[in-house]
Design a protein around this ligand. Sequence first.
Ligand code: ZN
Length: 185
Amino acid sequence: MARLTILEYPDPRLRTKAAPVTRFDADLKRQIADMFETMYTAPGIGLAATQVDWHYRLVVIDISEGKNDPQVFINPEILEKSGAATGEEGCLSVPGIYDDVPRAERIRLRSQDAEGKVLTRELDGMLAVCVQHEMDHLEGRLFVDYLSELKRQRIRKKLDKERRERGGTARKAGARQGHSSSPGT
Ligand code: ZN
């Protein structure tokens, strides 16, 4: 397995619309394994293929405390939405930024697994919100798009400054003070 580089806002590649996955082969399984490793290392609770510059409709999620409930959603499609849930979201592509985003509370989701098998599931709570966040990535959309332009400007400035301070070196995983309870997706 290999850790992949996570693209960071405002990288234009994050605006790419992902294409459907059509081949359920060994390459796909390797990509899934690499994405889980990348997500767990970050650490985060969800990762869309778009974020690692692979523009196919694949999302990995694990919202469990023990990091032992890996879930794969391939070619996900929301069939029904209901209710409203607004909660603080973060994103591995927008590190250190958290804000409220309006989402549906419950969704009925059709997706495929790593073998290509179609599954339809009812999801709610954090998993439903996380899936909606990750599916936005597949459309080239980021959670900051739901915020005001003024907030987005501030976020871009803050991330620019942090990147300069890092001196272009890779960000160290973990240790983002104050937000350990709000892992990115
Ligand atoms: Zn995200």
